[in-house]
Write a protein that binds this ligand. Structure first.
Ligand code: SAM
Length: 238
């Protein structure tokens, strides 16, 4: 997807880029390319791939209307800033918290924040489970892309949501993970409201956004230590 197709395709998501926003996307692309090796950021690095698989893919969260009316968003395992940074460029009114355990990637995120003048993002260098344990019931929306099994993500993110908040993981193949997560969602007092399926343009690969609502407060025993979360998933799979 080249820059022109990116600009035109995101109109279908009701996004019309201003000159300043376009400049920020271009600058972000250049920073990714310039610092990729130094900070070990991503395997997706040529222009067309960045516009499609990083920028467009992240902005697909705008398929969920509530993204426009929320004020606080959590992005766990953001890596080089996806989906959080594209969201913050488009909507400077939302406060976005990017949680990333890798210190090098956080150094890159701080550099992007400064270069793009993104005053609406906060970068937290921490394991998600540690951060969430002391930041419960705080966010309107929690999202994540390419970080972990749905069941693990649900335990990491749902406790951080306010009651009525939305957990919106970006996923590709979801059927199996969903089956393995249904009981966990009940435990976390959350329920699936919608499954939004679509295909990524150009490469026609399948994508899913799950819209999962937190119905009631989550038990304070969640999130557990990461190895416990992982172990219980493996046990349930057997
Ligand atoms: N979300 C980005 C994307 O879609 O391009 C990055 C995906 S990358 C495959 C996964 C990232 O999650 C890595 O940067 C890793 O350091 C981070 N990560 C994994 N587990 C984490 C945890 N428990 N807490 C915080 N970050 C975590």
């Amino acid at each position: 997807m080249n820059k022109e197709t990116f600009i035109s395709n995101i109109k279908e998501l009701n996004i019309i880029l201003s000159e300043e926003e376009l400049y920020k996307f271009e600058k972000f692309k250049e920073l990714l390319q310039e610092y990729n090796q130094k900070f070990n950021l991503t395997s997706i690095i040529n222009d067309d791939e960045i516009y499609l698989k990083h920028f467009y893919d992240s902005l697909c969260l705008f398929k969920v209307p509530e993204i426009n009316t929320s004020t606080t968003i959590l992005d766990i395992g953001t890596g080089a800033g996806f989906p959080g940074i594209p969201l913050s460029i488009i909507n400077p009114k939302i406060r976005i918290t990017l949680v990333e355990s890798n210190g090098k990637k956080c150094s890159f995120l701080n550099l992007v924040k400064e270069e793009l003048n993104l005053s609406n993002i906060e970068i937290i260098n921490s394991r998600a489970e540690d951060y969430v344990r002391t930041n419960r019931n705080k966010f309107d929306i929690a999202s994540s892309r390419a970080v972990a099994h749905l069941s693990i993500l649900a335990e990491l993110e749902i406790p951080a949501l306010k009651v009525n908040g939305l957990f919106l993981p970006l996923k590709s193949n979801i059927a199996e993970e969903l089956k393995e997560t249904k009981e966990k969602l009940k435990d976390l007092n959350a329920s699936i409201e919608e499954i939004i399926e679509y295909t990524l343009p150009i490469e026609d690969s399948k994508r899913t956004i799950l819209k999962i609502r937190k119905i009631n407060e989550t038990d304070t025993k969640y999130p557990r230590e990461y190895n416990k979360i992982k172990k219980s998933l493996e046990t349930n799979k057997k």
